[in-house]
Write a protein that binds this ligand. Structure first.
Ligand SMILES: C[S@@+](CC[C@H](N)C(=O)[O-])C[C@H]1O[C@@H](n2cnc3c(N)ncnc32)[C@H](O)[C@@H]1O
Length: 299
């Protein structure tokens, strides 16, 4: 049985106000997760609207299927948002009035997927997997055990902007000669040997390495580039796009692409500066601390 979602949607009111889904419109949530944003979007566009929810994670899709069973106009697909033009064609859904992406992983994946996303001690025995979909590509353990030292450094630098990247890569290569990386605790041990944890430290020394591995395993930045490149095959005129990012690599990419659309006269920004969570929201949901929302409207 799939447990109910514990994920709290981030910047919910802000997303709905700016995306402004209207009765009868067609909206896409490309990162369905626990359905927190999807539920509100659906309320605004139904009874006559159309909704497409996509997620790589089968649990997210199955959970929402159960919740919305028998409701017409709701389409759910286990897939990659990168593939949206093909999904729309296959399902003959036409183009959408709006698309929403809430990047990264959900609290459900972090806390109960058992795939090694978390470096909390309760997750130490989980396998170093980190795939959202469990079908494709390599796992985090494959990267740690098989990639060359320079490739590991590149991943830590490009996707984690990790300070100790060279040293961590070197120690990983040494450590795997004795024992292959299998569990979360194997990696934690190595990271702490290079960057020990000290009292009062706000971020765990493993944060950046875990982020970098997750981005590499799931090709997260490529997916984001891909969907933005194909936006004209996804949206109708006057279509809106809202994206929440959680780290500067994603936000930089969104900012750059949105700016290009504006400079080329294709769209207008609906918020000049990225929207961040209020103090109140951060208190209730610490995960919202690093969220940045950008919204654009096409002509
Ligand atoms: C932050 S959660 C979304 C939470 C959701 N907005 C809510 O409030 O419940 C991100 C979701 O995106 C999914 N995901 C990540 N990359 C994806 C991709 N390329 N295509 C489809 N889903 C993806 C993850 O599996 C996760 O469920």
């Amino acid at each position: 049985m799939i447990p109910s979602s514990v994920h709290k949607p981030v910047l919910l009111n802000e997303v709905i106000n700016l995306l402004n889904p209207k009765p009868g419109e067609f909206f896409i949530d490309g990162t369905l997760g626990g359905g927190g944003h999807a539920r509100e979007i659906i309320k605004k566009i139904f009874p006559n609207g159309k909704f497409l929810g996509v997620d790589l994670d089968t649990s997210a899709i199955q959970r929402f299927e159960k919740e919305t069973v028998g409701r017409s106009g709701i389409n759910l697909v286990c897939g990659n948002y990168f593939d949206l033009p093909n999904i729309l064609e296959r399902k003959a859904l036409g183009r959408a009035d709006g698309i929403f992406l809430d990047l990264g992983m959900s609290s459900d994946e972090l806390e109960s997927s058992g795939r090694g996303f978390s470096f909390n001690p309760q997750a130490y025995d989980e396998p170093l997997d980190m795939r959202y979909d469990l079908k494709s590509r390599i796992t985090a353990a494959n990267i740690l055990n098989d990639f060359r030292e320079e490739e590991l450094s590149d991943i830590f630098q490009n996707y984690g902007e990790e300070r100790h990247l060279k040293k961590i890569a070197r120690v990983i290569v040494e450590a795997r000669k004795k024992n292959k990386f299998r569990k979360v605790s194997d990696l934690i041990q190595v990271i702490l040997s290079v960057a020990p944890r000290f009292r009062g430290q706000r971020t765990h020394p493993a944060t950046k390495v875990f982020q970098a591995l997750r981005i590499a395993v799931n090709a997260e930045l490529d997916n984001l580039e891909g969907v933005l490149k194909n936006i004209d095959r996804i949206l109708k005129s006057n279509g809106r796009v809202a994206i929440i990012s959680f780290h500067s690599l994603e936000d930089r990419l969104v900012k750059k692409r949105f700016k290009n659309f504006v400079t080329n006269g294709l769209a207008a920004l609906l918020n000049k500066k990225p929207i961040k969570a209020s103090r109140e929201e951060i208190k209730n949901n610490p995960r919202s601390r690093s969220a940045k929302l950008r919204v654009i409207k096409f002509n």
